[in-house]
Design a protein around this ligand. Sequence first.
Ligand code: URP
Ligand code: ZN
Ligand code: ZN
Ligand code: ZN
Length: 470
Amino acid sequence: MDRKIIRNGRIVTAIDDYVADILIERGRIVAIGQSLPAADDTEVIDAAGLLVLPGGVDCHTHLDNTFGDSTTCDSFESGTRSAAFGGTTTVVDFAFQRQDVPLPEAIARAQEKGRDGACVDYGFHVIVTRVDAQALADMRDAIRHEGISSFKMFMAYPGSVMVDDAAIFQAMRMVGQHGGMVCLHAENGNVIELLIQEALAQGHTAPKYHALTRPAILEGEATHRGIKLAELAQAPVYFVHLSAQEALKHVVEARDLGVPVFAETCPHYLFFDDSVYDSEDFDLARYVMSPPLRSKQAQDALWTALRTDDLQLVSTDHCPFCMKEGHLGRVRQKPYGRDDFSKIPNGVPGVETRLATIHDGGVRTGRISLQRMVELTSTAPAKLFGLYPRKGAIAIGSDADLVLFDPGENHVISAQTQHGNCDFTLFEGREVTGKVRQVYLRGNRIVDGEAWLGGPGQGLYVPRGESGGW
Ligand code: URP
Ligand code: ZN
Ligand code: ZN
Ligand code: ZN
C-alpha cells in the first residue's frame, strides 16, 4: 500500500500551529501525531524546519477560457501545473453557458477539458449569460447532480456576457433556494461602455484608458446593487475580484448587518496600484484587467479588510494573455488591442505566485498572520465553495493535499522560471522570501523543488456541495 509519513513539519492551518507527523494512506490523512511509527513500506519525508500547509484552493482561474475573440494562453494542463508549483492543489475554473451553448453542454465541455488536462483537482462554476425557465431548471440540476453550486454572472461587458438585474435576481432566488451561490462581476457595464466609446471617439486608444473608463464608483454602484438584489432574493452573494474601496464599503455594511455577502480580492490589487497607468505606452497592456488597479489608499483598505474578515478570500483571477503575439502559437493576445484599448483581452496571470507573494507581502510584513494566510488561500475558499473538509484542511480523513513551504528561502519571481504558458508576470524581478518546496496531491508528490512529477489526467474532478462555513 502507498503509505507516507511527513515527519516533524510545522503544521499550520487556519486555526493550528504545531509540530507533528502526518500519516498518509491511499491519498488521505489517516493520522496526525508525535513520532508516528513507520512500517517497512512507509516512505518517510523529513519536513523539519518547513511549514506544512493544506494545499491551496484557488476558486478563480480561467484556463482555456474564451472571451470575445481571445482565448487565455494557459491550457488546463499548463495552468494546473503552474498552480501546483505555486502550492495550489485545487482550482475552480469556469464552464461557459452562452447564447448557443446550453448549460448542460457547457458543463460537459468543461469536464472534458478538465479530464484531459488537469494536473491538480478541479471544479467549475458556471458562467450564466442567459436566464430563462430552462436555464433556471438547469442551474438547479447542476447543484443537485453535477456538484456545481456556484454561478458567475457579469454586470459588465454589455453585448457580450452582461445580464440584467432581473436575470441576476431570478438566478439568485433559484440558486439560493438550493444551497448554491451567485458570484458577481460587479461593474456598471452600460456606463463603462459609454465612457469607452467617448474615449475612443476622442482618439484615446492607449491601454491607460482602460483604467480611466472603469472608475471605482461604478464598481461601488454595481456592488451595492448586487447586494440589494441578493437581499431581496434571500440568497448569499459573492463578489469576485473586489478592488475598490467604494465596493468594499458596501460589503462591510451588509456584513455588519448579518447579510450573507462574501468577497475575494486578488494579489494584483494588493501589490500594484493605479500609478502604473502613467503613460500612453502600449506596454501598459500588461496591467489591463477588470476591474483595473486602484489607488494606493484602496490597496491599504483591502489589506485591512483581509485581516478583519471583511474580505474572506484571496483568489488569483488567473486569466493569462501573452504580451507577445504568437508566443507558443497563441494569437489575439494583448497586442490584439494595440490600436484600441477596448480590444485588449482583460486579465493577468497569477496562479503560481499567490502563496509566495501573500506570504512575503502579507505575513512577513505583519499585515496578516500565517494562519490567516492559510485561511484566505485554502480553508475559506474550500468552505465557501463546498469543498471542505475534503480540501482546505489538515485533518483525519481529508485529502492529503499538502504543501511543504520553506518560509526562509529567497527567490526572484520571473516568467522565465514559471511553469505556465504566459510570457509575463506582473511580479517580474520581485524578490520574495518563502518558497514552495514540495507539493502532494492526494498523497502523490507532484512538485519536488524544481522537478515536476505530476501530469495531465492526475487531477480529479471534485463535485462540490452546498456553499457553507458561514
Ligand atoms: O480582467 C479580468 N478579470 N479577466 C477575467 C474575466 C473576469 O472578469 O473575471
Ligand atoms: Zn470578472
Ligand atoms: Zn475572472
Ligand atoms: Zn504565451
